[in-house]
Design a protein around this ligand. Structure first.
Ligand SMILES: [Cu+2]
Length: 298
């Protein structure tokens, strides 16, 4: 534990400082999944996630600035008005200007927070016309996704075992432990995807951090979220509502691909040719992995 604090403490302090000093630069780590030791948010992959990150940095900056201001004020008061330096205390009980100031300034700060907050909330709940609609169904403890626009085929995702993860990594398809699933869901890049969310048993939660999508899956009800992924790749999420024994082991994996790959995959799924669909996915996963390595090497 101590070891961990010594290892991560300075990094956490740096991350906090970076958030304060470089609001825009502080959140570019880990697209679709967190990196080991990552302290900031997962990189934004949708316009809504970007807006959410901007809002996060704005409020964080305000919070840290207020905390520092109050700290300095307290230290100054402790020093300047100590018994030694201030033998006869002032008997003032009211100060109109000060009272107006400490009422008006916090109101203004709240207004500065409220405007982008309401704007973000409105954008999150303003659904553009969908190109693809997916129905996500939570089960104890795996996810099912139906594609009603494409013949209503469904994709059932179970978490991969450690052996299966090792096997996929050996094949050259980077697959993280506890996040990789046997059947990824697939969506086209730059298209509006609506996700209708529900559950078969208890309350789960459909979350993809990089999309800023997070919505409860409630049995007997339909909730929803939408996203428009701007970059091809794989995006991982986990059930985010404590749902029981295997809550930690029901990840979600969204593979964002080009239009043509998506229609090919959806066609194969519709024709119930799961083997072909899997081959298409493995091929695109390998291509995306090599593209990523090439980009990292530049
Ligand atoms: Cu859960």
């Amino acid at each position: 534990m101590l070891n961990w604090i010594f290892k991560c403490g300075p990094k956490a302090a740096l991350a906090g400082l970076a958030t304060l000093l470089l609001p825009a630069a502080a959140s570019a780590e880990g697209m679709g999944q967190s990196l080991p030791g990552q302290m900031t948010l997962q990189a934004a992959a949708t316009p809504i996630a970007r807006e959410l990150h901007d809002f996060y940095h704005l409020t964080n900056t305000i919070i840290i600035a207020i905390a520092i201001f109050v700290l300095i004020l307290m230290l100054y008061v402790m020093f300047r008005f100590s018994e030694k330096r201030n033998k006869t205390p002032s008997t003032t009980t009211h100060h109109t200007l000060l009272e107006v100031a400490w009422t008006v300034i916090p109101i203004l700060i709240l207004v500065v927070i409220a405007i982008p907050s309401f704007k973000l909330l409105m954008n999150q709940y303003t659904y553009p016309k969908p190109d693809v609609t997916i129905k996500a169904i939570g089960n104890a403890w795996f996810w099912e996704h139906e594609y009603p626009d494409f013949g209503n085929f469904s994709v059932t995702s179970n978490m991969l075992t450690d052996e299966e993860v090792a096997e996929r990594n050996q094949k050259g398809i980077p697959t993280p432990r506890l996040l990789g699933v046997d059947n990824e869901i697939v969506v086209p890049v730059n298209k509006v995807v609506h996700v209708l969310v529900t559950s078969n048993d208890v309350i789960h939660n459909w979350t993809i951090q990089s999309f800023a999508s997070k919505v409860d899956a409630v049995p007997g009800r339909l909730t929803s979220t939408w996203f428009q992924a701007e970059k091809e790749g794989v995006y991982y999420g986990q059930c985010s509502e404590l749902c029981g024994l295997n809550h930690a082991f029901m990840p979600i994996a969204v593979r964002v691909v080009s239009d043509s790959v998506f229609s090919e995959w959806a066609g194969a799924m519709q024709a119930k040719d799961r083997k072909k669909a899997k081959e298409i996915l493995d091929k695109v996963a390998l291509e995306q992995a090599s593209m990523k390595t090439a980009a990292a090497a530049e």
